[in-house]
Design a protein. Structure first.
Lengths: 297, 367
């Protein structure tokens, strides 16, 4: 053929319909999802009703809801839940305040804005394990820079049961505030400039404009940022694991890890995983409801 | 009582000189229209008055007080944006209440004002809707309502009906006029549509390339344009304009356009001399209604050929081949049956305008 053809017409000459092309893209994705997501999900649901241990060849017995009732009756797990919840609140609030604050600062004409934004985004692009490791160094009681800089003597940030949660949360805030900042910036720059002009004509003060115009208009995208960060914070594992190892005040994900891989209680661990899943779904559902309400405008 | 005064306003956008030494006084309760093509600086001027744009030099006075250094919120003027700029997350009611809430007026008073303004604009049924559920005309009514609730010193309108369709524009024009008569607030209105300008304005300010071209009543601007730009910008279809070769004969003065001579009163030559017109540097402008037609030869009429005819219902616009130029004439509908016909034409001396070719200014000759 002498003429060059566009890809679609080349496909057409091979007798591919739009549906064939669509299937070509969709089928591998669906297969991947089924093999690696849907199947394990259902398989582990099955496990959660048994006393299966992945480490032993003992026969697997169906135990009904026993795993669930055991977990819900276990005060250690409840403590883990409340620790996790508090961690989520501290971490997400911190990320929200810092991230949105940074976005407000950056959302104005300042020299070197692009460079500054990139610089601020760096923490988010690092590996959580790397972040955990060097914050561990920062927090080190005897020669960490934090104690040195603040003159706190030998404060044991990561081994003190009361402090560890905040230490990990601060690291998480440092790492993920840029994410909230990025989404907030997108939201802030999407507020049309003429609305601010209209507000200033309408004699609104800066503060009034912020609360009545800016905040409601960026609320949906802020909510999306918060949803993402809440879900992530709930399953925080890597940073906490690297920084604290096996602490007394466990996050639920650490507890889950211990049950599944240190104690090889595969069945109960699956049940706990499902409980966590349901909780996260409930919380995100609340957000999504607010989000839809915000988007109706 | 609100008077707005602009004194030597100057403004650059980078290398572009958008407003050049503008001087203008808008009297109390006056409706002034800034008219000009896009990019002439009219919107910038309006935004400068509102405080949405800084000026490089000059004074803006509202009621004699210089305000050029005040923030928009301190100038107490309302502004109606071309794109309405309604708050998308607030209902119509809240949008209109916003300027009152912003200064913490009490609830009952706000409600009373919003309801009464909504009634006068006929939008009481829309108060609970959000802007996204409104038509263009209704959004504009809300935007105007928002500017009216606070009884500002002046209302500035930036092409407020420019994005509506033709039919709606016409009815909104009437509504704006009614509102202005009812409220009597000092208003400055920006538009590029000369019909809007003519129908709304107490005075029209014609702008071009950052300069004031002419300030006057619609009648003044239409009948006595100050220069070629104003002459051709105001009026539709545009004014015929051609280089005029003027010669004195025994029976009067003849003005030759495109090689065809039209008879003019003898007084013209004296007036041209008086105005300091140089020979060969005069342009003659005449509106289509100043070109008179006849079916048969008449005294003072010259023979021309008809060209394209635009029937417009109430009247026709007829192209006439006059030597090597084309003049457009306005006739009764059907007056000329078709193109290529012989007709006789004359230029009404009372409706002829003479301009200096080099400067473009009117020679201010009235015959």
């Amino acid at each position: 053929m002498m003429t060059t053809l566009s890809p679609s017409s080349r496909a057409a000459t091979r007798g591919w319909s739009d549906i064939t092309i669509r299937n070509l893209f969709v089928i591998p994705t669906v297969a991947f999802l089924i093999i690696f997501n849907v199947f394990p999900l259902l398989y582990s649901l099955g496990f959660s009703f048994t006393d299966f241990r992945a480490s032993s060849k003992a026969p697997v017995n169906f135990v009904g809801l026993k795993n669930y009732t055991d977990i819900l009756a276990d005060p250690v797990i409840w403590r883990s839940f409340s620790t996790t919840l508090w961690y989520v609140i501290v971490s997400v609030t911190g990320q929200f305040v810092v991230g949105f604050g940074l976005a407000l600062l950056l959302n104005r004409p300042i020299p070197g804005k692009g460079f500054l934004t990139t610089l601020l985004l760096l923490p988010m692009m690092l590996s959580p394990v790397v972040v955990g490791l060097f914050w561990k160094l920062i927090y080190d009681p005897s020669w960490g820079i934090l104690n040195y800089a603040l003159g706190l003597g030998k404060t044991a940030w990561l081994t003190d049961a009361n402090l560890a949660l905040y230490a990990v949360a601060i690291t998480d805030i440092w790492m993920w505030s840029p994410f909230v900042m990025l989404l907030s910036l997108a939201g802030l720059s999407a507020v049309p400039k003429h609305l601010y002009e209209a507000a200033s004509i309408d004699r609104a003060s800066k503060l009034y404009t912020f609360f009545r115009i800016t905040l409601p208009l960026v609320a949906p995208i802020l909510l999306i940022a918060v949803i993402f960060r809440t879900m992530e914070a709930f399953k925080t594992f890597d940073i906490a694991f690297v920084m604290t190892g096996q602490p007394q005040a466990e996050l639920i994900s650490s507890r889950l890890y211990k049950m599944a891989f240190a104690q090889w209680q595969t069945g109960p661990a699956s049940a706990l995983a499902y409980i966590v899943l349901i909780m996260v779904l409930c919380i995100t559902n609340i957000y999504v409801k607010y989000l839809n309400k915000a988007k109706e405008r | 009582m609100t008077e707005i005064q602009l004194r030597n306003i100057d403004k650059h956008f980078g290398p572009v000189h958008v407003i050049r030494e503008i001087n203008l006084t808008v009297k109390d309760q006056e409706f002034v229209v800034l008219l000009g093509p896009s990019g002439c600086g009219k919107t910038t001027t309006l935004r400068a008055i509102a405080g949405l744009e800084d000026i490089d030099s000059g004074d803006i006075l509202i009621d004699g007080k210089p305000v050029q250094n005040l923030h928009a919120s301190e100038r107490d003027v309302a502004f109606v944006f071309q794109n309405y700029a309604l708050y998308p997350h607030l209902t119509v009611y809240e949008n209109m209440a916003f300027p009152l809430r912003a200064v913490r007026q009490n609830r009952e008073e706000i409600d009373k004002t919003v309801q009464s303004v909504a009634t006068s604009l006929g939008i009481t049924g829309l108060l609970n809707r959000r802007p996204s559920a409104l038509s263009g005309g209704d959004m504009q009514r809300v935007a105007i309502g928002r500017s009216l609730v606070r009884r500002p010193k002046a209302i500035l309108l930036d092409e407020p009906i420019g994005s509506l369709d033709a039919k709606l524009r016409e009815s909104m024009r009437v509504e704006l006029k009614r509102l202005h008569i009812e409220n009597g607030s000092t208003s400055i209105y920006v538009t590029h549509d000369q019909v809007e300008a003519m129908s709304l304005a107490d005075r029209i300010v014609v702008m071009h390339e950052g300069l004031l071209q002419q300030v006057g009543t619609p009648d003044d601007v239409y009948r006595y344009p100050a220069n070629i730009f104003v002459a051709q910008f105001v009026g539709s279809p545009i004014m015929n304009m051609a280089a005029a070769d003027i010669s004195e004969g025994s029976s009067g003065v003849s003005v030759s356009l495109g090689g065809v001579s039209f008879a003019f009163p003898a007084a013209l030559s004296g007036k041209l001399k008086e105005a300091g017109a140089q020979k060969g540097k005069v342009m003659l402008g005449v509106r289509p209604e100043g070109v008179l037609l006849s079916h048969e030869p008449k005294d003072g009429y010259v023979e021309v050929t008809s060209g394209i005819i635009e029937p417009l219902g109430s009247h026709d616009i007829v192209d006439l081949k006059v030597g090597d130029i084309v003049l457009r004439a306005r006739t009764k509908s059907g007056f000329v049956a078709g193109p290529g016909l012989k007709v006789w034409a004359r230029i009404d001396p009372a409706q002829a305008h003479f301009f200096d070719t080099t400067s473009g200014s009117s020679l201010e000759i009235r015959l």
